[in-house]
Design a protein around this ligand. Structure first.
Ligand SMILES: O=C(O)C1=C[C@@H](OP(=O)(O)O)[C@@H](O)[C@H](O)C1
Ligand SMILES: C=C(OP(=O)(O)O)C(=O)O
Length: 461
């Protein structure tokens, strides 16, 4: 079966979103006393890791509630091209028959993973130990993103990788070989290189010690342990004993980044004094930094973990509740651990900061410069378009109170996280504006316009 028909069977046809919308900030009337409950989309980061891990696991895995977005579609398309048997198991569910890494043999082909850095980096680590000789590339944005932090340590484990374009960028040719163990270092504040090396370690010939700079999202560590791969850890070092993961059944929880969008829109709306419940969200503390930042801004946040997670799931899962009955306070977002746990939500923090009663400083966030866009620059451009007083710093930005004004039209960069911050600013501004360049919603959350519709009138242009 072709990749497109398989994806259509799993998710239905890809959703067509307009590239230009008018947004009028008038929240749907909700009766006092009525409960507010909105569901976040399934987690993208866990979907990415779970599909790739089951592709090399011992046996057949079933994954449910996979995130339907371009990044995960790219990931499944790549697995199909690698000859990994995949079949639809109902809406959002897939069965994946794992293969020995050495038996993955893709020859003389180029795998284009679109926009997804996570897919490209994890895939390089798997292909490095496979029987393949192929090339990994991506779209224009992905080809300009840094890859050295993955390429360099993989080379140190014996990988045969050749950068075919600019040094430290895709496309990269991979000739699979046997990786050995040893020490490797990740000296950026980023989860993906660590995850890539954890994948590589499962099929190396000796123990791999990963010296890391920051503890960031640990979904891969959790999945590996849950599937029987020995991973020891101190704050500075992860130590992996090579082992083939066992096949598994997993239901992907709600995405904390999706919950953050709902919470930010809610706090931007006239209903923010009411409690919004977002059920069944991944409550991994290395992902929920946005909610800690909201608390520091004066919002009330409650997390109610589901008890069963202790035995059944690799991740803590539960309900999130958010409300705020005061004006938001300015805050300081600093330190690699907090920054990493809210890395994709920082543009939305900056948006909310525009209505706080004091200055907000975001720092230690230099990693934002290597995303789909330079998100320090594009967040600043967005704030400026909404008339917000903000200034860039080398590692972040400073946002001053003053509230957004309603611009006639904002031309957005091709970056979904900046688009989500634009939604928040459009609701905060209380007026009507046009957003151009909205198709990037598809990268992580094609249904995001429906989220926005709870808080604003949205008309396609
Ligand atoms: O590991 C992941 O799933 C991700 C890690 C983060 O990137 P970095 O690891 O490059 O910081 C994040 O920005 C990205 O959306 C997804
Ligand atoms: C940067 C992101 O993802 P990736 O690095 O996988 O492209 C993101 O989702 O914001």
């Amino acid at each position: 079966m072709g990749a497109d028909s398989l994806l259509a069977e799993i998710f239905g046809p890809a959703r067509e979103n307009p590239d230009r919308i008018r947004v009028r900030a008038t929240a749907a009337p909700i009766a006092e006393g009525a409960g507010l409950m909105l569901r976040a989309h399934p987690d993208k980061a866990i979907s990415q890791r779970a599909t790739l891990l089951s592709a090399i696991a011992n046996g057949t895995s079933t994954l449910r509630n996979l995130a339907d977005c371009d990044d995960v579609r790219s990931n499944l398309t790549a697995l199909g091209a690698l000859g990994v048997p995949l079949s639809a198991e109902g809406p959002g569910s897939v069965r994946i028959v794992g293969r020995q890494v050495r038996d993955i043999r893709l020859r003389d082909r180029t795998l284009d993973v679109g926009n997804s850095a996570t897919t490209s980096r994890l895939l390089l680590a798997v292909l490095a130990g496979s029987g393949s000789d192929c090339t990994v590339t991506g779209n224009r944005l992905l080809r300009s993103r840094p890859m050295s932090e993955v390429i360099q340590p993989l080379l140190e484990l014996g990988a045969d990788l050749v950068e075919l374009g600019e040094p430290g960028r895709l496309p990269v040719r991979v000739r699979g070989t046997r990786l050995h163990g040893g020490p490797v270092t990740v000296d950026v504040d980023s989860a993906q290189p660590v995850s890539a090396l954890l994948f590589a370690a499962t099929h190396a010939t000796g123990t791999v010690r990963i010296h890391r700079r920051t503890v960031a999202r640990d979904h891969t560590e959790r999945l590996l342990r849950w599937t029987g791969v020995p991973v020891d850890e101190t704050p500075d070092v992860l130590m992996v004993t090579p082992h083939r993961p066992a096949a598994f059944d997993l239901t992907v929880p709600g995405d904390p980044s999706g919950a953050a969008l709902l919470a930010a829109l809610h706090l931007a709306s006239a209903h923010r004094h009411r409690e919004l419940t977002i059920p069944q969200v991944c409550l991994n503390p290395l992902r929920t930094g946005f909610f800690r930042i909201l608390e520091s801004m004066g919002a009330a946040v409650t997390e109610s973990p589901r008890a069963a997670h202790r035995t059944a799931d690799p991740e803590p899962v539960g309900d999130l509740r958010v409300r705020c009955d005061r004006r938001l306070r300015g805050t300081r977002v600093a330190g690699p651990r907090l920054v990493q746990s809210a890395i994709d939500e920082l543009p939305m923090v900056a948006a909310l900061a525009s209505v706080a009663d004091g200055e907000t400083v975001i720092t230690d966030a230099g990693e934002l410069r290597g995303k789909d866009t330079d998100r320090i620059k594009t967040t600043l451009d967005l704030l400026t378009a909404f008339g917000v007083d903000a200034q860039p710093t080398p590692e972040g930005l400073v946002v001053r109170p003053g509230g957004p004004v309603v611009p006639a039209r904002v031309d957005l960069p091709a970056d979904h996280r900046i688009l989500f911050a634009a939604f928040v600013l459009a609701v905060l501004s209380g007026g009507e504006c046009e957003l151009a360049g909205t198709r990037s919603v598809a990268t992580s959350h094609p249904g995001a316009l429906d989220d926005l519709r709870y808080f604003a009138e949205v008309v396609a242009r």
